[in-house]
Design a protein around this ligand. Structure first.
Ligand code: HEM
Length: 240
């Protein structure tokens, strides 16, 4: 059945889901994993073929993403799964002290999961910066977006059994701030992680300029992050 996706009633459902997600994320301390889920759904976008992107297809990979189950149970009233996934990413940043990200509902769901291999590979050491450019330019994003969005690693940690990497990027992994960039510029710190692709942000002169800016100016980071996150969450989505 076809229905207008974004009517008044739907807006109300979204606001209810937003409140529900705040509670869910605070109660389970799961902001990092929700942000990562939203990024993984959106980050498959290909601007040339207009495939992948934030369309909720990640819900079909429930086994790999058990947190999807929590979202499904709690926000069952929402017609459109991808709005829930992307809203969870926005709320995760907000409730951990990050910037407010403008959220426009109305994404179209798709059942088609893009092939594996569209997301960046953390082990691309020497070829890190060109690899990041290949992947993010394919999404239609910019160099500035790459650095700002990498700041998402201010939340959470890596798990040995999941990625082969271990540890958080910052000393307060449940707080969204600019400490990811501060730590990056400090170099090695006992107990903190730097992926080869994080280090690559220091090698490329354009990237490094933003790393230095964000490390010294948290407002600039918050402003650019909010803009880049909105772009990421709306890839291939025309809200008009
Ligand atoms: C975690 C790679 C970009 C958000 C991770 C992990 C890896 C990784 C290897 C650890 C997974 C685990 O072992 O649990 C990358 C690479 C990126 C990238 C190579 C390329 C730039 C992003 C972006 C965001 C993001 C753009 C969001 C804006 C996160 C979060 C976690 C994470 C929040 C922590 C999850 C948790 O605590 O369970 N990433 N990532 N990442 N990533 Fe990224």
């Amino acid at each position: 059945m076809a229905f207008p996706v974004v009517d008044t009633e739907y807006h109300k459902e979204i606001e209810k889901a937003r409140r529900d997600l705040r509670a869910l994320i605070a109660f389970n301390n799961c902001a990092p994993i929700m942000l990562r889920l939203a990024w993984h759904d959106a980050g498959t976008y290909d601007v040339n073929t207009k495939t992948g992107g934030p369309n909720g297809s990640i819900r079909n990979e429930e086994e790999k993403n058990p947190e999807m189950k929590k979202l499904k149970i709690r926000t069952i009233a929402i017609r459109n799964h991808d709005d829930v996934v992307e809203l969870a990413g926005v709320v995760a940043v907000e409730v951990t002290g990050g910037p407010t990200i403008d959220f426009v509902p109305g994404r179209k769901d798709s059942d088609i999961c893009p092939k594996e291999g569209r997301l960046p590979n953390a082990t691309k050491g020497n070829t890190g910066a060109p690899h990041l450019k290949d992947i993010f330019y394919r999404m239609g994003l910019s160099g500035k977006d790459i650095v700002a969005l990498s700041g998402g690693h201010t939340l959470g940690r890596a798990h040995l059994e999941r990625s082969g990497f271990d540890g958080p990027w910052t000393n307060e992994p449940l707080k969204f701030d600019n400490s990811y960039f501060v730590e990056l510029l400090k170099g090695e710190s006992e107990g903190l992680l730097k992926l080869p692709t994080d280090i690559a942000l220091m090698d490329d002169p354009e990237f490094r300029e933003y790393v230095e800016l964000y490390a010294k100016d948290e407002d600039a980071f918050f402003r650019d992050y909010a803009e880049s996150h909105k772009k990421l969450s709306e890839l291939g989505f025309d809200p008009s």
